[in-house]
Design a protein around this ligand. Structure first.
Ligand SMILES: O=c1ccn([C@@H]2O[C@H](COP(=O)(O)OP(=O)(O)O[C@H]3O[C@@H](CO)[C@H](O)[C@H]3O)[C@@H](O)[C@H]2O)c(=O)[nH]1
Ligand SMILES: [Mn+2]
Length: 388
């Protein structure tokens, strides 16, 4: 039974209740939702089932959801399904594509409500029908509602052009500091809200192998905008974004089965997204909210998946740092297709994989536009939109 505080949170009309979908990639039963019930139950879930489509994924009762397995993806996209990864959490981006909502929140199925100070009740979700969850509190004693914090981040502006040393100036109890130009205080629209993790940090396999016992217990009570011109390692496990502002850039690439790389899905999307948000004058925030991550993957298996990525990223980062988009690229789709051209021209020589990736970036945009025809147009069978 949720605590009275959580019940109160549920009683109030949840923010963006009909404007936000929660996308969950999964290879497991979704018992973890029991802990999130007070926060997620009012929202629509889009579950992307990876791996064997014949496997049944158990979803706790009382949630409003749609579930897509590989057979569904192939049926809906036809040949264009080739751009959606298999056997990698990158498959989650199919959920972004089929959603009809303005906002997306994506979370991994080994992430739980975080607590401050960082401790975690040992709750065996599989056995407890209604988990008696004492809602986590932040340092000020307020409930930690990760989804609500992401929504606040997305609904308030970003400050990519000039760093505010008191961090997010739009938060209660903060503001722009002396010397901050008034001409910049309106800020920029926020496209992405990147949350963090207590307990198991999102380390790469080598780091995790040398520091197997390291746990993140540092709850930093801050939200900040990532400055224009600065890339960042976007993690997909606790991430929200404005689908209308940046959705088509959130392609998680070609990873997993049959590909020479895995677990760089969210990184690829984050690098493309940041180049495009910088170009279009949009903001990306990182910091609160925290979730509690109880990592389920194996570092040795991860090392194999990440191996090429560890080499290639030394070439990829300079590529994205020097990428520039023409002023005619005034939509996310145009920016993304221009980036795909540059990937082919400049990264094809790093490895032939990047030619395939450039092709799949184009296929992704075609599939996106097939499922999301411009307003006033209707989707047609062969995926081209025609105006009504
Ligand atoms: O083949 C797969 C493997 C996993 N999933 C689902 O994806 C997420 C993340 O998986 P998991 O938590 O097991 O692995 P992590 O190492 O903690 O994931 C981190 O790396 C990123 C993957 O690139 C991920 O975003 C980070 O959290 C879970 O929901 C699995 O069920 C899958 O769909 N297919
Ligand atoms: Mn995990």
């Amino acid at each position: 039974m949720a605590s009275s505080a959580a019940a109160a949170a549920q009683a109030a009309t949840p923010l963006l209740k009909d404007e936000l979908d929660i996308v969950i990639p999964t290879i497991r039963n979704l018992d973890f939702l029991e802990m999130w019930r007070p926060f997620f139950q009012p929202y629509h879930l889009i579950i992307v089932q990876d791996g064997d489509p014949k496997k049944t994924i158990r979803v706790p009762e009382g949630f409003d959801y749609e579930l897509y397995n590989r057979d569904d993806i192939n049926r809906i996209l036809g040949p264009r399904a080739s751009c959606i990864s298999f056997k990698d959490s990158a498959c989650r981006c199919f959920g972004y594509m089929v959603s009809k909502k303005k906002y997306i929140y994506t979370i991994d199925d080994d992430c739980f409500v975080s607590f401050f100070p960082p401790f975690h009740p040992s709750i065996n979700f599989a056995s407890v029908r209604s988990v008696s969850v004492k809602v986590a509190k932040d340092p000020s004693g307020k409930d930690i509602n990760a989804l609500e914090q992401h929504i606040k981040n997305l609904l308030s502006p970003s400050t990519p052009y000039f760093f505010n040393t008191l961090y997010d100036p739009y938060r209660d109890g903060a503001d722009f500091v002396r010397g901050y130009p008034f001409s910049l205080r309106e800020g920029a629209p926020t496209a992405v809200s990147h949350g963090l993790w207590l307990n198991i940090p999102d380390y790469d396999a080598p780091t995790q192998l040398v520091k197997p016992l390291e746990r993140n217990s540092r709850y930093v009570d801050a939200v900040m905008t990532i400055p224009k011109g600065t890339l960042f390692p976007m993690c997909g496990m606790n991430l929200a974004f404005d689908r209308d502002l940046i959705g088509p850039a959130m392609y998680f690439g070609l990873m997993g089965d049959g590909q020479p790389i895995g677990r760089y899905d969210d990184m690829w999307a984050g690098w493309c997204t940041k180049v495009i948000t910088d170009h279009l004058g949009l903001g990306v925030k990182t910091g609160l909210p925290y979730i509690w991550h109880s990592k389920a993957s194996n570092p040795f298996v991860n090392l194999k998946k990440e191996y090429n990525g560890i080499f290639w990223q030394e070439e990829l980062i300079p590529f994205f740092q020097s990428a520039s988009l023409p002023k005619e690229a005034d939509t996310v789709q145009k920016c993304y297709l221009e980036l795909a051209k540059q990937v082919r021209a400049k990264l094809g020589k790093v490895d032939g994989y990047f030619n395939k990736l450039a092709d799949s970036m184009v296929t992704w945009i075609e599939a996106w536009d097939q499922l999301n025809p411009p307003k006033g147009a209707v989707a047609t069978a062969n995926g081209t939109a025609k105006s009504k």
